[in-house]
Design a protein around this ligand. Structure first.
Ligand SMILES: [Cu+2]
Length: 285
């Protein structure tokens, strides 16, 4: 069974690490936000820097709960979480460690039962997430050994910005929403599944690549050079708990993309959702 770390990073780590980072970075960077309509009040915003040893959060002073804009730089997707009372960073680290090292499903379940996962964006990107209530929030990334922290006071949420495409995680697990997306704009990602978290990983592939080819590659846990169908376009979000949604501003090279979620399913011994059918081809451009 793939461990959470490798599963979570999916194609991005399996392949992208073997490509020049310089090739990927400009493509992953997003267009400036077109989300603020003329009449809409500007959202509160925070910026998150993911470094190897620490995650730094800026701009969170005086923050209220509700929809906020998040921009991320650094080494990995930033994921914003809210722990239940009685569950803390130490519990989270312990559970994550047990799951990663021993595929301990009880630990995975304990983490999920006590945590609201609220989304996040990849480095170079901006998006919006919703902080459900006043509280102390934690920022996690597979790209850092540290955790980020910030607090929000009570506040009410504003609606999602206008979006150009929509991707929905559904019970099954399976994908719903747009099967073709414009090459740039705002993507709304919603988890309509009632049971488990999902995240979005869209990886550009050569025209005509099949989901079977992609799955076969993952089964092999191949090291070494990326397969010839692997192309550099890439969009990844943080995970979302059931019922949550987020937006991300993106810009991608046109072409064919595989849309996958690798979240480990707690009811299937941690099997990544891609292997349960959460894999689909979509078109960009
Ligand atoms: Cu999933």
């Amino acid at each position: 069974m793939r461990l959470l770390r490798s599963a979570r990073a999916g194609i991005a780590v399996a392949c992208a690490s073997t490509l020049a980072a310089a090739t990927l970075a400009p493509i992953a960077s997003t267009a400036s936000s077109s989300s603020a309509g003329a009449e809409a009040a500007p959202l509160q915003s925070i910026s998150i820097k993911v470094a190897k040893k620490a995650i730094t959060v800026r701009g969170a002073k005086g923050l209220d709960a509700g929809r906020i804009e998040v921009s991320v730089t650094g080494r990995g997707v930033a994921e914003i979480m809210l722990f239940d009372r009685g569950y803390d960073e130490q519990d989270f680290r312990k559970d994550l460690g047990k799951f990663e090292q021993k595929n301990d499903i009880k630990a995975l379940k304990r983490f999920l039962k006590n945590t609201e996962i609220l989304g996040g964006v990849q480095p170079g990107s901006t998006g919006t997430i919703v902080l459900p209530k006043a509280g102390d929030y934690t920022v996690f990334s597979f790209g850092s050994r540290g955790l980020g922290r910030f607090s929000a006071a009570a506040g009410k949420s504003s609606p999602a910005p206008k979006h150009d495409a929509k991707i929905v995680g559904r019970t099954g697990p399976t994908w719903g929403g747009s099967s073709s997306l414009p090459k740039k704009g705002t993507l709304l990602f919603k988890n309509a599944d009632k049971t488990v978290p999902h995240f979005v990983l869209m990886q550009q592939v050569a025209e005509g690549t099949t989901t079977d080819q992609v799955l076969e590659f993952f089964m092999s846990e191949a090291q070494g050079p990326p397969p010839e169908w692997f192309l550099p376009g890439n969009l990844e979000t943080g995970s979302l708990s059931p019922g949550r949604s987020m937006t991300v501003d993106y810009k991608l090279p046109p072409g064919q993309y595989v849309l996958v979620c690798f979240f480990p399913d707690p009811n299937m011994q941690g099997m990544p959702h891609a292997f349960m059918g959460m894999i689909e081809m979509v078109t960009v451009g």
